[in-house]
Structures are given as C-alpha cells and as structure tokens.
Design a binder for this molecule. Structure first.
Ligand SMILES: C[S@@+](CC[C@H](N)C(=O)[O-])C[C@H]1O[C@@H](n2cnc3c(N)ncnc32)[C@H](O)[C@@H]1O
Length: 285
C-alpha cells in the first residue's frame, strides 16, 4: 500500500541491525516487523520513557469457548499458543521484561496487561527483575460474555499492572487524569467498553484494546514528546494513543498483517488531536 512504509528493509532475521529491519508507519510513529526481544536488544539502555505491553495470553491451545450460544475453538492466532509449558511461557516473560527494564529510563514506567492466564507470571517476573508495582488496575468490561456452562463467574475484567524501576521517582500527571474535585479521584477500577466499530474500521485484530484505556494509561505517566514503546503492538492502539497525545512511538510486531494495520491506524490519526480537543480541561476519556 502506497505511503505505508517509509523505508523498506530486508526480511527480518535475528542478527540484523536496526536500520536493516522492515519498518511501518511514519516518522515519530513506527512499528518494526520483528521479535520484540531481538528488537529491544538493539535499543540503547535507558532510552524509553514508558513501555505499554499487551503480551500473548498463551490461551489458544486447542480449548473451546462459547460464542453466540455455540461452541467455538479458542484460536486468536499462532502467536497466542503456549511455547510448550508454563515454564517456557514464564521464561519468555522474564526475557522480554528483562529487556524492557534495560531500555527504560530510571524514572520510566511500564504498563503490562493480561488475563488471569498470564498476569501472575508477569507480576512475579516484574518484581523479580527489580520493578516496583505502583498500581494494579482492573479494566472492567461492561458487557462480558456469559459463562455458558455455568461453571464459573463471567470474566468481566482484565488486569493492568503499572510498575516503575526500584529506587527511582516516577511521573504521575495527577491533574491530567483527575477532575478538579479532590473528593472524586480516579480509582484503580476502570469501566471502559471494548473498542467501538469506528476504532476497528481499518481492519481486524482479535485482541484489540480500547483507545480510551491506553490513552488514560499514557496520559497518567508521560509528557508531550516522550518516547513510548510497545513490544506487542498488534493493531497499533498504543501508537495511535501516543500520536494523539503528541508522544513519539516505537513498536514491535511479528505479523506483517498487523504491522500494516497499525500503520494505517496511526496514519489516520491526528498528532496531538486529543490534546487540542480537550485543551484547558483534564482528559478523562
Ligand atoms: C495481545 S496482542 C496485542 C494487541 C494490541 N494491544 C492491540 O490493541 O491491538 C499481541 C500481539 O503481539 C504479537 N506478538 C506475539 N509475540 C511477539 C513477539 N515475540 N514479538 C513481537 N510481537 C509479538 C502478536 O502478533 C499480536 O499481534
């Protein structure tokens, strides 16, 4: 697609240099078609202000769910399969989080989102690697799928862990995410609907996050011009939120189809657009 890639690299191999890797997007908002661990190894230490990561849940392993009253296989894509065992999946989380710790600035922070399938491995790895947990946020989904077999409560939330580096002060833009009423501070339960049709108009990704969710996270902990990194960029929600808030963005994505989708979404969004919409008032939405 014309204008989508601003530089064409060679097909990705683990031992390439950054300038050789295929990249999608535009200056200030790019997605590298690469494995995130390999990409982070090429990035300088202490170069990133915030990491927002929505890693594979390791859910798509031949199980079934109920969709619209029918039994359907859980298959979000090969990227969501287990690497073989819980131990291997956890070792992967330690690898990428270790690199994320290295590339973050001392005062930088990381957001990691996940379901119960993966969030405890991520939380354990974060603490073992020297991160300090600042908040655990429940993203409450207003209309969760029913539990058709009546064997458990509905899965009505996902968890986001917000963490900083031990021994360093983090940024929290209190006024940007709270109203002026000191009695109504925003809490750690965020009730936000799934992405609207409008957010999906550039193409489909099976686990696309709502823009409102990522926007609030980035607004809380970054300043204009900061660099945001997403190791599992998917449809590019983090890139769109960063661009709309006038932050710079770098992402990694293994699937070309999704790197292209991210480029389309970022290309259609307005740099700083959300800031202009709400200038003078806190951005709560
Ligand atoms: C849970 S989805 C992220 C969805 C994203 N937050 C959004 O709003 O669209 C995870 C993404 O990570 C990609 N992925 C999986 N393993 C990866 C790896 N090792 N390096 C880079 N990307 C990877 C998958 O292809 C998938 O698109």
């Amino acid at each position: 697609m014309a204008g989508l890639k601003f530089r064409r690299g060679r097909p990705y191999k683990w031992d390439m240099e950054l300038r050789e890797i295929e990249v999608f997007g535009e200056p200030g908002a790019v997605v590298y078609l690469a494995d995130c661990v390999d990409l982070m190894r090429l990035m300088p230490a202490g170069s990133v202000d915030t990491v927002f990561a929505d890693p594979p849940y390791r859910l798509s392993n031949g199980g079934f769910t109920v969709e619209n009253g029918r039994l359907a296989p859980v298959d979000k894509g090969s990227w969501d399969r287990s690497l073989g065992s819980f131990g291997e999946d956890h070792a992967f989380n330690e690898r990428w989080l270790g690199e994320a710790h290295r590339i973050l600035k001392p005062g930088g922070t990381i957001w990691v989102s996940g379901t119960h399938h993966v969030i405890f491995s991520l939380g354990f790895a974060l603490q073992a690697l020297g991160f300090r947990i600042i908040n655990s946020v429940a993203w409450e989904k207003p209309d969760p799928p029913p539990n058709a077999l009546h064997t458990a409560f509905t899965h009505a939330h996902e968890t986001l862990i917000w963490a900083g580096k031990r021994g360093a002060r983090h940024t929290f833009n209190y006024d940007a995410v709270n109203s002026r009423d000191p009695a109504s501070q925003v809490g750690s339960v965020w009730r936000i609907p799934p992405p609207s049709r409008r957010e999906k108009r550039h193409g489909r990704h099976p686990t696309q996050k709502p823009l409102r969710l990522v926007r609030r996270a980035l607004l809380a902990c970054t300043r204009e011009g900061d660099l945001v990194f997403d190791p599992f960029s998917g449809s590019g929600t983090t890139g769109v939120a960063a661009k709309e808030l006038n932050r710079s963005f770098v992402g990694a994505e293994m699937e070309e189809e999704y790197a292209e989708l991210a480029a389309r979404r970022m290309g259609a969004s307005e740099r700083g657009g959300v800031l202009r919409e709400v200038s003078g008032r806190p951005v709560l939405e």
